[in-house]
Design a protein around this ligand. Structure first.
Ligand SMILES: Cc1cc2nc3c(=O)[nH]c(=O)nc-3n(C[C@H](O)[C@H](O)[C@H](O)COP(=O)(O)O)c2cc1C
Length: 172
């Protein structure tokens, strides 16, 4: 049977939700990554940076923008060394300034993507998939990147049906 891996980044704390700043106990992308796991099974791998981002939403926005401009590769607490044994890899993260947080690329660039199937998922406040599909095609060399799914962050908890249907179809 094909084996699935769900790589995700998600940040708890203050975030922008439907036009206002709110405190989130669980990150939107984490909620959605767990929906994928319930739907199709597989292992979850959370990308976590050594340096924590500010809890304050506006400070975090600034830091993330600087990292994006510098095309930074923040150091991670733990790295996945290999994709051996996995066939389908879901790459899930929030949109930060038009693409995944730079930390996601820190992890992706360490892996050999030859022959893998990659499914992009984002949570966002309006940007949809932004440049994530394109960026994965560039980063995951030798992989087949399938059609992504964008989930409005504020609706993450209500997205199980849509996420489950997409996940099943993507690996189908
Ligand atoms: C640093 C930062 C940058 C963001 N940039 C964007 C953006 O460019 N476009 C967008 O639609 N949402 C943006 N957002 C909103 C998040 O993508 C959205 O709230 C997402 O669901 C957060 O997921 P998480 O809780 O898993 O971290 C940004 C949020 C943060 C904290």
């Amino acid at each position: 049977m094909a084996k699935n891996l769900i790589i995700y980044y998600s940040r708890k704390g203050e975030n922008y939700v439907n036009g206002g700043v709110k405190e989130l106990a669980k990150g939107n992308t984490e909620i959605v990554a767990e929906f994928i796991q319930s739907a199709v099974g597989g292992d979850l791998f959370q990308v976590e940076t050594v340096k924590e981002y500010p809890k304050d939403y506006y400070q975090c926005i600034e830091e993330a923008q600087a990292e994006g401009r510098a095309n930074a590769r923040p150091e991670l607490k733990a790295y996945l060394d290999s994709l051996e044994g996995y066939d389908n890899i879901f790459v899930c993260g929030p949109i930060w300034w038009g693409t995944y947080p730079m930390a996601v690329f820190t992890q992706l660039e360490k892996l050999d993507w030859t022959g893998k199937k990659v499914m992009p998922l984002t949570t966002h406040e309006g940007s949809g998939l932004a440049s994530c599909e394109r960026d994965l095609k560039k980063t995951c060399k030798g992989a087949k990147v399938s059609k992504g799914l964008a989930v409005h962050g504020a609706d993450a908890a209500k997205s199980e049906k849509a996420v489950s249907a997409w996940a099943k179809k993507s690996i189908g």
